[in-house]
Design a protein around this ligand. Sequence first.
Ligand SMILES: [Fe+2]
Length: 244
Amino acid sequence: MSEDLHAKLVSLEAENAQLRKEMRALRREVDKSDQAAATGEVRLRLAYFSTIQALVQAIEAKDPYTVGHSEMVARVAVAVAQRLDLTEDECERVRIAGLLLDIGKIGISGDILTKKEDLTAEERKVLETHVSIGAQIVEPIIYPWDVSTLVYQHHERLDGSGYPERLRGDDITLEARILGLADSFVAMIVRRAYRDAHGETEVLEYLRREADRTFDHGCVNALQEALSTDAELRAQIDRFKASV
Ligand SMILES: [Fe+2]
């Protein structure tokens, strides 16, 4: 080999070695930034879920009848949403909204929330404001999901008999229809200060009769299917009923 070629080869090998060194350094930098991003995301998620948990505990402290209710509503609503083929992201939105549906009751007088007798028309109007108070509370907190709309619409009913806007049919988002059904189902199967618990068969018969009038037919079918096929959901409902 000529001296010229030999010198070129030595120079190329030196360049290659330098490039390999730079690549290793770059890889280490990429690994470090991936780890930092992952740690940041985990921290963000932890802070996010702690905020939701704190809000749930705040409403449970104010209204003892809601203890465990929101978690059960979230679980039932997700089971329905999954059977209606909602995406993972949409199911997560339903879950978060289920946990925070009644957060607006923080702004309602405890006398109204725990009253054993029937509410007066005036008191009922005050209680109904929990949907708008709740929507305002969650709007700046919950990101990236629009949970506020679901909280605002969870007492709307297909025939326009709900509140606060008396929306009808498809004007109520599907997720809000799912949540309204889950909320009613969970409320009916447990005892309240003013009435005994209703049996599940009785509740399902009622929901069947109401399908397409106040509750979405597809959502009722999905709920019935989830109750008869999801053993884990069944066990959670039984534990919940035993705990209240
Ligand atoms: Fe509510």
